[in-house]
Write a protein that binds this ligand. Structure first.
Ligand code: ARG
Length: 494
């Protein structure tokens, strides 16, 4: 449609190579309403007549019914959805009216407008999916305050903990993921339209009006910035990448914990696969794919950064590749959030095995040492003493609680700490995993009362987050509904 300067039509292979029609399918709805808002502004500014506006809007409304098949057939004729939609409007409204739609606009401001509108919706969808996962983590955490288990550092038993504490940690990480997306939203939610190709236009457009018709909070002011920049996409992809990193670490824990060696949790059958040859197998395939897709996501983010790096200012066709990246990144993160939620919601917690591991563990050692500190012993002395007791117990295949007073005495004797044998022995006797948790006193610890307080607070936060996101969503919907009402009024005038 644009090739009057060029001889002949675009080579078939070149068209296929540079077409963005595949990824543009998801941009079509945004291209349509963006064009409607732009056309209404053109009319309000006296750049097109009311009749011309009505014909354009009628054509755009009918474009909402373009089927996937029709879109596929357009792929053979057009480079992208912008060209296809304009051609469609011209074919229905005629060149004199339809040919005015692209006044004071370029595909460069148009494509980033579409992307910003899509990313805006994607952020909202991801935020809701993340909140849903958080709520599931919170309700499982409430059930699991007393699900005692060893906590690991270096993958070695570290301290006694509870499953709720672990689940709450991920809820907090996911809240921060939403914070990042919310902040990103404020930079995405600005309209680039009216920038033209790079330098603005001599026609009397009203950029703020288009922005407000489309529910944007404002405009990207500088027309070079508006058409050249993709930092909003980088931010979006990097926020999604953080989500995937969180999910991938959870996935790794769950794969370990569902192994026969740990045997702490069991994944629901419906969410696992088996082997074609080993009949006994129950493979955590969704978790494995989540781990792999976190890597894919890293690749997408790196690719996006690579595209922008050293790109000359202004629009370059390289930027087209970013659309595919944003679409893929959204799909990976969204699907993974849903998958993780299903897994967390249905996994079976094998409390006895967890407790058994905690009871057999030396992860109680720090609690024992702290009991000595409570009795006035210097922490370094307590650490040395308990370390020696652990070494003895380990050699004799016992847990700390099983050490008799004679054994304690013998160990302490070697350390010149014989006078503490009585007190150490009594501490060992009355320190078990449950008391160890109830004695935790620091804020944010695994103490059951602290766990309850944290769960209550997070449930309250989650309600606040949801209310904030849905108020933002409602504001956008109000703007788009009134845009639709204006469109319908103009079309009726025809
Ligand atoms: N298909 C292009 C993209 O997705 C649209 C913008 C093309 N602009 C241009 N000047 N060639 O990025």
């Amino acid at each position: 449609m644009y090739r009057s300067r060029l001889k002949g039509s675009l080579d078939r292979h070149a068209l296929a190579y540079l077409s963005s029609m595949d990824e543009d399918a998801s941009l079509l709805p945004y291209d349509i309403i963006g064009s409607e808002a732009h056309s209404i502004m053109l009319y309000e500014q006296g750049l097109i007549s009311k009749d011309e506006l009505a014909s354009i809007l009628e054509a755009l409304e009918s474009a909402k019914g373009i089927s996937a098949d029709e879109l596929r057939s357009m792929k053979e004729r057009y480079e992208d959805v912008h060209e296809a939609l304009e051609a469609y409007v011209i074919s229905r409204a005629g060149i004199d009216a339809g040919g005015k739609m692209h006044t004071a606009r370029s595909r460069n401001d148009q494509v980033t407008l579409d992307l910003r509108m899509k990313v805006r919706d994607d952020i909202t969808a991801i935020e809701y999916a993340t909140l849903d996962l958080i709520n599931t983590l919170l309700s499982r955490a409430r059930e699991c305050i007393d699900a005692i288990m060893p906590m690991y550092t270096h993958l070695q038993h570290a301290q006694i903990g509870s499953l709720s504490h672990y689940l709450l940690a991920y809820a907090d990480m996911l809240f921060r993921d939403i914070d990042r997306l919310e902040s990103c939203y404020s930079r995405v939610n600005l309209s680039p339209l009216g920038s033209s190709a790079i330098g603005g236009t001599s026609l009397p457009v009203n950029r703020e009006r288009v922005a407000s018709l489309l529910g944007f909070a404002g405009i990207v002011e500088n027309s070079i910035d508006a058409t050249s920049s993709r930092d909003f996409l980088l931010e979006f992809c990097s926020s999604l990448c953080m989500i995937m990193l969180d999910l991938s670490r959870m996935a790794e824990d769950m794969m370990l914990w569902s192994s026969s060696e740990f045997n702490y949790i069991e994944l629901p059958d419906e969410l696992t696969s088996t082997s074609s040859v080993m009949p006994q197998k129950k493979n955590p395939c969704p978790l494995e794919l989540m781990r792999a897709r976190a890597s894919t996501m890293l690749g997408l983010l790196t690719a996006m950064m690579g595209i922008v790096r050293s790109l000359p200012s202004g629009y370059n066709r390289d930027l087209q590749e970013g659309k595919r990246i944003a679409i893929d990144a959204f799909k990976i993160a969204y699907d993974s959030l849903l998958m993780m939620r299903a897994i967390v919601s249905d996994l079976r917690v094998k409390r006895d095995n967890m407790l058994n591991a905690a009871e057999k563990s030396y992860a109680i050692a720090l609690d024992v040492a702290e009991q000595l500190v409570q009795r006035g012993i210097a922490f370094r002395r307590a650490h040395r003493l308990v370390g020696a007791l652990v070494a003895y117990a380990y050699e004799h295949n016992k847990v700390l609680r099983d050490l008799g007073i004679d054994e304690v005495m013998a160990v302490l004797d070697r350390l010149d700490e014989k006078g503490l044998a009585e007190v150490v022995s009594s501490i060992l006797r009355d320190t078990d995993p449950a008391t160890s948790l109830s004695r935790r006193a620091s804020r944010g610890s695994a103490n059951p009362t602290e766990q309850k307080r944290m769960i209550d607070a997070r449930e309250e936060s989650s309600r606040e987050y949801r209310a904030r996101i849905s108020a933002r969503e409602a504001r956008l919907n109000d703007a788009l509904t009134s845009l639709q009402e204006s469109v319908s009024r103009f079309v009726k005038c025809m």
